[in-house]
Write a protein that binds this ligand. Structure first.
Ligand code: GBH
Length: 481
């Protein structure tokens, strides 16, 4: 019953729809120690053997630090309206706080100027996982002061770039920052605390977002921009959609993923009820003196509630969910949910184990978010498909975009969800974190064995360009697959 062959809706997107591509600093820039840049947790993490599957680093990556003008031309060729990139905190403030690094600031000023000269609007992520090592040395996202450190950094960015940047994303996927960075240890800084540290880090990530948001609206409101956060979530489909307990488990799963970060910001300054109830109860049964899920202070709650101008969602894939009571000895974010969330064997795969092709999920998660959080502006800040072989004739990727984007169109036109923009992940093949260069998400190939890192447009970049030019579905953007 999970439909791939659903009829396409032949219709148009809203006139001012923001079409873009997304990247992140560590994944594309390279120049890891150039021009006064400080060391980030990723610069160190990649040097520990075993952390990156192919033993590679982001030291050079796509070399976008030197090739940004070429990158902007790739975007212009597709007719992009907007480009989502991230700022490397360590280029701006090498030690995380304190002294500014002018060369790093100039790099982003030049990139922004180049974008503007090509009529491409910058959409800037302040934090896409590359914490300054100097701050990690003081506890990183586990130290309550990190919210103040992040606010200081955000203020520098608003001051330096705010005249030109009108769309700000504070944090990219705090779910991954905490789960993989402080839970499973599969990403920097590689800490292990899946049932404990993750909730401390999440609390500070939410506080940091809110402090930056409030700083903008207190002192930079005259810049007239918008500030939001980007959250990742898979759609949770009940394994048996007629079974109440499956429906409830699927809801719980979305609350633990999207709601974990969104509920406090977009609803009421608190973690979702189901998280509070389950984690409090389990903590008690586990004999702990207090809940593993911290409470926000009353003061922070007020700062957090309503701290948004839009919601960014990174959407890739889906799961089938059913209830499964966990062992009480298992102190983990996953056990806390009391459910199983496999993926269907029937779903087409990709170059990434976790990424199955589920176009229906994007329409459903958009409707879920609109219902849960009210009439908030939503941006799909990432969506995309990986392969391993890196074909230039990437018809699977075109298939993926064609069907996901048509489901997004249905959410807008048929369901009335306020989606304002969409960013394909990614502009080009890049450093896919712990997977190194083995998983390719790009609309452009990058020759990683050549010092010049030549870029080659894939067929998907041409398909995307046609969709943008038409701003909707007509025969010429709808190949038969
Ligand atoms: C995004 O994360 C990132 O923002 C981006 O930097 C990245 O390059 C892109 O997507 C592609 O991966 O292995 O079963 O534990 C994607 C969301 C959520 C995908 C967690 C990997 C781990 C699943 N990620 N997921 S599992």
């Amino acid at each position: 019953g999970y439909v791939y062959e659903e009829d396409l809706l032949y219709d148009h997107f809203p006139g001012d729809f923001k079409w873009g591509c997304a990247t992140a600093a560590y994944q594309i820039e390279g120049a890891w120690d150039e021009d006064g840049k400080g060391v980030s947790i990723w610069d160190n993490f990649v040097r520990i053997p075993g952390n990156i599957i192919d033993g590679t680093t982001g030291d050079v990556a796509c070399d976008s630090y030197h090739k940004y003008k070429e990158d902007v031309q790739l975007m212009a060729n597709m007719g992009l309206k907007s480009y989502r990139f991230s700022i490397a905190w360590t280029r701006i403030l090498p030690n995380g706080i304190g002294e500014r690094n002018q060369a790093g600031i100039d790099y982003y000023k030049n990139l922004i100027a180049e974008l503007k000269a090509n009529n491409i609007e910058p959409a800037v992520t302040l934090y896409h996982w590359d914490l300054p090592q100097a701050l990690e040395d003081m506890g990183g996202w586990l130290n309550d002061s990190v919210a103040d450190w992040f606010e200081e950094y955000a203020r520098v960015c608003f001051e330096e770039f705010g005249d030109e940047v009108k769309l700000w994303i504070t944090l990219n996927e705090p779910h991954e920052t905490t789960i993989q960075g402080y839970g499973t240890g599969t990403m920097a800084p590689g800490k292990h605390g899946l049932g404990t540290l993750v909730y401390i880090a999440s609390t500070n990530l939410i506080r940091a977002h809110a402090y930056a948001y409030r700083a903008y609206h207190a002192d930079f409101a005259n810049q007239n921009g918008q500030v939001g956060i980007t959250l990742n979530v898979g759609w949770a489909e009940p394994m048996d959609p007629t079974n109440e307990t499956h429906i409830e488990a699927a809801e719980t799963n979305i609350q633990f993923n999207l709601g974990w970060f969104a509920h406090a910001i977009y609803k009421n300054g608190k973690y979702p009820d189901v998280m509070r109830q389950k984690i409090d109860e389990k903590s008690y049964l586990q004999g702990l003196p207090e809940s593993r899920l911290p409470q926000f202070t009353e003061e922070d709650s007020l700062i957090i509630e309503g701290a948004h101008d839009f919601l960014g969602i990174n959407f890739y894939s889906s799961n089938l969910v059913y209830p499964e009571i966990s062992d009480i000895e298992d102190i983990s974010y996953y056990a806390d949910q009391d459910l199983a969330a496999p993926q269907s064997e029937d779903w087409y795969g990709s170059g990434s184990s976790w990424l199955k092709v589920t176009p229906f999920g994007i329409r459903r998660i958009l409707n879920w978010a609109a219902k849960e959080y009210g009439d908030v502006d939503i941006y799909i800040t990432e969506n995309g498909f990986s392969d391993r072989q890196g074909n230039i004739d990437d018809l699977q990727r075109i298939y993926y975009y064609k069907h996901y984007l048509n489901q997004m169109l249905k959410a807008i036109v048929l369901d009335g969800v306020s989606v304002k923009g969409y960013y394909a992940w990614s502009l080009m093949d890049n450093m896919e974190w712990a997977m190194g260069y083995t998983e390719k998400f790009g609309m452009h190939a990058v020759n990683m064995s050549s010092p010049d890192r030549e870029r080659t447009p894939k067929e998907s970049s041409k398909w995307y360009g046609r969709l943008i030019a038409e701003n909707g579905y007509v025969e010429s953007v709808s190949p038969c697959f």
